[in-house]
Design a protein around this ligand. Structure first.
Ligand code: MTE
Ligand code: MO
Length: 517
């Protein structure tokens, strides 16, 4: 015998579930970059205390978004059950909870920079649907209760009516959910727009080809198990605060250069593609990457040098930072110098020979060699504000992370894997090392805390990319520990003391323990 309260709670969950799913469907159709659930999630991400991002990435890696969505779903379910129980006790009490939660959702939507008036259709629709279904289900639940109480009436027809209503709501919710998921996954509009983009070839340059534009012979050591020299876009790590990937129509995209400039410059996507673009390999790294972690990737980026764009605008004296802004409100503060010096900081449109994947910033993002992504690599970028560190602060810098973010020299051991069992004899130790924009001079490895030995270094693509290394070590049977360290071309040595990622990047030696049999 299921108790009345359980049925009331179920009514609440069904009503709110149907409302939320209906709202997400409406949002997927009308305002795909801002849905009520994603807005609430992003508002949560934005207001998490410093350090929590670090913790979430450490625990859940790139599944952190799925974890957050699960938590949000659980909270909604609990509120919904509560609304059902309250409404059954007292008409309007449950509806008040629903309307209040809907108002919170609308508030979250309002807090998103990409929201427009049409974005509010979804939370309003969600609340209205939930209230209507809740009202209907609770009414029929009460009718069933009354029929049961007064001995004369047969309660079975009323019971059947309630169960029919409830299962009907469940079926409609499931069907709506399937449609919403379909609309969402096809991301029809932006996928088509991306497929229609024809990237130009990089502008012709003289011989030899500019540094970093091609993979030289000897760059790939072809050691089995070592990270691909150029990361396929599908395998490229993804880190951002966007719960729903921003959908940006390239035909409507433009980038504005504002702030301490002689003249504001606006550039459209077509104008950008018509400029002489360059192609460079650049290794990106996330400041949250732990020693030996996988939040780094190397890709071939096609784009226009940011320095040319800034030259068009005319940077004024006194500026020392460029605050880049994404459609979703994310900002990064990049030292002006990194965007104006000789390095190839790019307004990138292409990744590995294709338009940027949507998750990696389509249609346009920044790529800055030598700096962690959080201070430089703004995806879906739409504004560059030339300013001063004294006047503006970027997204992560207001959340406890540092203001400057040069990538720290580091190296990783890819083979042997941790806990691997390898045959005795010559054991190959190999991996990648990076010291972006300074370049890797050498990599050393050591076994069981012994002396450092030089590894063979591959020919680097450029100073801005990681570099493979390998060493062959004769090892006897038993358990061994191997460590690696990189030395950059300025003589800087990868630091040994272990330091956590926050606030400006992890330090320490990657240590791998394995067994020789
Ligand atoms: N719009 C936007 N751009 C962003 C971020 C973000 O949260 N939003 N995260 C930055 C961070 S922290 C990193 S490490 C890089 C990661 O780029 P990727 O996802 O293409 O690997 O993007 C940067 N650009
Ligand atoms: Mo990052």
């Amino acid at each position: 015998m299921i108790r009345r309260r359980t049925w009331a709670a179920l009514s609440g969950v069904l009503a709110v579930g149907l409302g939320v799913i209906g709202g997400e469907l409406a949002a997927a159709a009308l305002s795909p970059s801002v849905t009520p659930v994603s807005a609430v999630g992003t508002a949560v991400i934005d207001s998490l205390p410093p350090g929590v991002k670090d913790w979430a990435i450490a625990w859940f890696g790139t599944a952190d978004k799925a974890v957050l969505l699960t938590v949000i779903a659980a909270v909604i379910a609990v509120l919904a059950a509560l609304a059902g129980v309250l409404e059954d006790r007292r008409t309007f009490a449950g509806r008040a909870v629903v309307v209040g939660s809907g108002a919170l959702g609308a508030l979250a939507v309002a807090s998103r920079p990409q929201s427009s008036p049409v974005s509010f259709v979804a939370p309003v629709l969600a609340a209205v649907l939930a209230v209507l279904v809740l009202d209907a289900l609770v009414r029929s639940l009460r009718a069933w209760g009354r029929a049961g109480d007064d001995g004369g009436t047969d309660p079975l027809p009323a019971r059947r009516r309630f169960l029919q209503g409830a299962s009907g709501a469940a079926v409609v919710a499931a069907a709506t959910g399937a449609v919403a998921a379909g609309v969402r996954s096809s991301q029809s509009a932006v996928a088509g727009q991306r497929a229609a983009v024809r990237l130009p070839a990089p502008a012709r340059t003289g011989m030899p080809p500019p540094d970093g534009s091609v993979v030289p012979a000897g760059a790939d050591l072809d050691v089995e198990g070592v990270t691909a020299l150029v990361t396929p876009s599908d395998d490229f790590y993804r880190i951002d605060t966007a719960l729903v990937v921003p959908v940006v129509d390239p035909a409507r995209w433009s980038l504005t250069v504002t702030g301490l400039v002689d003249r504001e410059v606006v550039i459209t996507f077509d104008e950008l593609l018509a400029l002489p673009l360059v192609e460079r390999h650049v290794t990106l790294a996330c400041v949250s990457n732990t020693v030996g972690g996988d939040l780094t990737g190397n890709a071939r980026w096609l784009g226009w040098p940011v320095r040319e764009l800034l030259a068009r605008a005319g940077v004024q004296l006194g500026a020392d930072m460029v605050l880049s802004r994404s459609v979703d409100g994310f900002t990064a503060g990049t030292p002006l110098e990194a965007l104006t010096d000789a390095r190839d900081s790019l307004l990138a449109v292409g990744m590995n020979g294709e338009p940027l994947p949507v998750e990696h910033g389509f249609p346009v993002r920044l790529v800055v060699p030598g700096l962690y992504g959080f201070v430089s690599a703004t995806k879906w970028v739409t504004e560059l504000k030339v300013t001063r560190f004294a006047d503006d602060r970027a997204y992560w810098s207001t959340r406890g992370w540092s203001e400057r973010g040069p990538v720290k020299t580091s190296s990783r051991i890819d083979v042997p894997r941790s806990s691997a069992r390898v045959p005795a004899g010559d054991v190959v130790v190999a991996g990648v090392a990076w010291a972006q924009h300074t370049g890797v001079q050498a990599v050393e490895v050591r076994v069981d805390g012994g002396p450092w030995e030089r590894a063979t270094l591959a020919t680097p693509i450029s100073a801005d990319t990681w570099c493979q290394y390998r060493a062959t070590l004769p090892l006897e049977a038993g358990t061994h520990t191997v460590q690696s360290r990189a030395v950059d071309r300025a003589g800087g040595v990868q630091s040994e003391a272990s330091v956590a990622p926050a606030p400006d990047g992890a330090e320490g030696l990657h240590t791998v323990t394995f067994t020789v049999t």
